[in-house]
Design a protein around this ligand. Structure first.
Ligand code: ZN
Length: 116
């Protein structure tokens, strides 16, 4: 019979090590398979600053999703277009205009899918 605990212990060890590695590298561990609500953002859950956010591989997608789930931004976009919130978002997130172009592409992609 296979001892389940052995596997569980190995799993815990691997998990612990990857967490440690991310802490040492000062990187988040977000990836596209994450639920968007679990990815990092400019603010951590405790409202402290998330220093890893600018290195996050999911930062464009996350920013897009957070924008679209915010009623205030939704109304502005509906009235004045997506770029109307550019300055505010870049100021909050500290992302670059190059990052913004990528977010715009994500916006266009989803919009095109909606209209199909
Ligand atoms: Zn992240």
């Amino acid at each position: 019979m296979i001892n389940k605990n052995v596997f569980q212990n190995i799993k815990n060890d691997v998990h612990l090590e990857s967490n440690l590695l991310f802490k040492v590298l000062k990187m988040c561990c977000c990836n596209p398979s994450f639920d968007i609500r679990c990815t990092c953002w400019v603010r951590n859950n405790d409202n402290s600053k998330n220093k890893e956010f600018l290195k996050c591989p999911m930062r464009h997608e996350t920013t897009y999703q957070r924008i679209m789930n915010d009623y205030k931004y939704y109304k502005i976009i509906e009235k004045s277009g997506f770029n109307a919130i550019k300055d505010e978002i870049l100021k909050i997130t500290k992302l670059t205009t190059k990052d913004w172009d990528i977010i715009v592409d994500i916006y266009k992609k989803y919009k095109a899918e909606d209209n199909e």
